[in-house]
Design a protein. Sequence first.
Length: 151
Amino acid sequence: MGRTFRSHAALVAAEGAHLGSSEWLEMTQERIDRFAAATDDHQWIHTDPQRAASGPYGATIAHGYLTLSLVNRFLPELLRVEGAQMGVNYGCDRVRFPAPVKCGERIRASGELYSVVERKGSSQIVVRVTIDIEGSDRPGAVVDTISRFYW
């Protein structure tokens, strides 16, 4: 599962490559409630299972930003960069939430090494991460993550 890279040249050689998929993770109400508490976003579509059952999705749904935050959990399952002095999250581009992630559904990440650029002694990489929902044709999120690894 995932790929390991040990140099800028190895990253460049893999540009455009599929990185595989992570393990599945169940979206639980407990996780949704903890995120609601951390962000003060207690909208009923996230935190009230009884009301949400008769709402537009038939169940509570994860916050879009909760789904986005899990990208950080999944990235180490998609790729590892060894030998760098340091790696940092630089940001994200093109964040989209095509489908809601309902409570009880399982999600996983798949990734593509979208681009690799040398920046002042570092490798800046963009990994396009797709959060797949088990049994769904539409993903819960698609995000281009930007990371820098300093050699």
